[in-house]
Design a protein around this ligand. Sequence first.
Ligand code: ASP
Length: 288
Amino acid sequence: MAWALALHGGAGPARGRSYDREEAHLAEVLRRGADMLEEGAAALDVVVAMVGELEACGFHVAGRGASANADGIYELDAAVMDGVKRRAGAVGGLVGFRSPIQAARAVMDQTPHVLLIGAGAQAFAKSAGLEEVGDPAAYYTPAVSRPVEPGELAHGTVGAVARDTAGRLAAATSTGGLLNKMPGRVGDTPLIGAGTWADERVAVSCTGQGEYFMRAAVAADISARVRYGGQTLAAACAGALADMETQGGDGGLIAVDAMGNVATPYVSEGMKRGIATHTGRFEVKTFR
Ligand code: ASP
């Protein structure tokens, strides 16, 4: 049965730097996800597991590798969407928890809401029994430690999209957001339809300058292009990304469709990414 999986570790990696370590880890995680799908796991469980591993490794600007905001606080965003019934869960500005994607999944599974933010998200994550960070200075190992401009692209958001053997689609994304961001700033990642989307046609996870992805509703636009425009997945992704770029933004995305097609386009310098499919395709790349 046709399963497909794509992962990303963020748009905008710097040329001239080696990403061997990140690529090797991405390949390991991708292999585990491919095995899960091969064994019949649900797309939803696979994308949450993949993003959880990418959060925990500390190699990307998400989870353990996140950077603090301009006030030195680690405020993280994440979202998950299940294409089957369009159920979704998300957290914005979550402080103090190791796995924002687990918190997003708990919002989806355990509340009548889609998005919880700030103190409310924190209280909910605590009541859901999710693992806390403890001392932030001891836990976080920021993937980017050089001085940064406010709002600089983090090139380390992580995401996963999958089509499972039963034809179900799901998407998950997690991020520390833009580097040196203003306290309270929330990007596209936890906004359903902007940075994350899944329905019966497509599953999409975006990375890049979130403000532009929000203003172009990139993830939902891809579904609309397929649905109303009859576009292929590749054409829909290219069109939505071009619309975002026209506004002045930068970034990329990963997407799968109901037939198991995969697209991983980007308009940034590069994008850490991996693709695995039931046909034996297995690749991990950062640049072209
Ligand atoms: N899209 C993320 C945000 O704006 C950042 C990134 O993908 O690097 O929060």
